[in-house]
Design a protein around this ligand. Structure first.
Ligand code: FA5
Length: 332
């Protein structure tokens, strides 16, 4: 009988090892260890044996059962690991979008615009400067001549950051704070452009984003006039869009420039694009940065890069610029 038990056990182990799915293993498990199994049959036959033989057969049966249970558990673990690997492989998402024979990617439309404009301005003798996107109140507002309670602070809906004192740290609402950083660090003459990302707490639509990009331009030198401002705007407009484009200035208000204007670009078909704000740097702003307004004057302008790039490429909804859809992105 002991021989039979051993033979049955090794046949059962072969069946367990041969099970190729978890379902099949469950069936084999019932077959070799369940109530109808050969092992259970041997147990029933034990009643007719002598006590010594019964003890011996009982020990052999326990050993066989333990060995088979271990074999089933090991096989189950192996099959479960394979199943998990196969599922992971089947559900794997390829996020790289790399396709054979094509470039792996290219710069985003807005980044391309920034780089082209930097080239235009560097060609005109400007340097490129950058500043932080998380700003303090001094650089984003106060040094730019926004009075503490002046309603002009509401011109730009601000995201406040929970750092420092109340309303002390903000996501910058425009690139103008970089003007302050440049003037604090550098004595005139200054000819600088400052591209970057800005944030406003406003609802998005086809012409407004909550996170967008601006390019700021600052000139501070002796004898700088409004004519230099208008000429520079017209020059970069033609360099970026082509000779058929012109610009115009409309009177406006910004606390940090006096006089102030808004500037629009005229497309070759005669329609207008409202692009940015500009003006002569306010004497208070120069003084806030330690520059003598009696000796130096300057102009500044800042405009929306997203609007500019969208116009150039015929994109009618700015929200598309935040799209990750490869079918949109690969067009540019
Ligand atoms: C300013 O941000 C001033 N800092 C501009 C400036 C600089 C004036 C230097 C004087 C001297 P304004 O809030 O108007 O101004 O924004 C400038 C441009 O940014 C707008 O004309 C527009 O092109 C773009 N812009 C503003 N809000 C959004 C928005 N929500 N989504 C996309 N573009 C925007």
């Amino acid at each position: 009988m002991i021989e039979d038990i051993r033979a049955t056990t090794s046949e059962a182990e072969r069946l367990v090892d041969a099970a190729s799915t978890l379902d099949e293993l469950a069936r084999v498990d019932r077959e070799v260890l369940g109530k109808g199994s050969a092992l259970t049959g041997f147990k029933r036959q034990m009643g007719g044996l002598e006590p010594d033989a019964r003890r011996e057969v009982g020990a052999a049966l326990n050993e066989a059962r333990a060995a088979l249970e271990a074999a089933v558990a090991a096989r189950r673990a192996a099959l479960a690991a394979t199943a998990q690997r196969e599922q992971a492989e089947a559900e794997r998402l390829d996020l790289t979008e790399v396709r054979a024979g094509r470039d792996a990617g290219h710069l985003h439309l807005v980044t391309q615009a920034i780089e082209e404009l930097e080239d235009v301005f560097v060609g005109l003798g400007f340097t490129v400067a950058e500043g932080p996107e998380v700003e303090d109140d001094w650089h984003n507002f106060t040094a730019l001549n926004f009075g503490e309670y002046h309603p002009a602070r509401d011109m730009q809906d601000t995201f406040f950051v929970g750092l420092g004192g109340d309303r002390e740290v903000v996501m910058r609402t425009h690139t103008s704070p970089v003007q302050i950083r440049v003037m604090e660090e550098q004595a005139p003459p200054i000819y600088s452009v400052m591209p970057g990302r800005v944030y406003r707490n406003e609802a998005t639509d086809a012409t407004h984003l909550a996170v967008f990009h601006q390019l700021e331009c600052l000139v501070v030198d002796r004898g700088i006039t409004f004519g230099h401002l208008a000429g520079t705007i017209d020059r970069f407009t033609k360099a970026y869009f082509g000779p058929g484009w012109t610009s115009r200035l409309r009177p406006s208000y910004f606390p940090f420039t006096e006089p102030s204007a808004e500037f629009d670009l005229q497309r070759p078909d005669g329609t207008w694009l409202e692009l940015g704000g500009c003006g002569m740097v306010h004497p208070n702003v120069l003084a806030n940065c330690g520059i003598d307004p009696e000796e130096f004057s300057g102009f500044a302008f800042g405009f929306g890069l997203d609007r500019l790039a969208a116009t150039r490429h015929g994109v009618t909804d700015l929200r598309e610029l935040a799209s990750t859809d490869i079918r949109f992105l690969e067009q540019f």
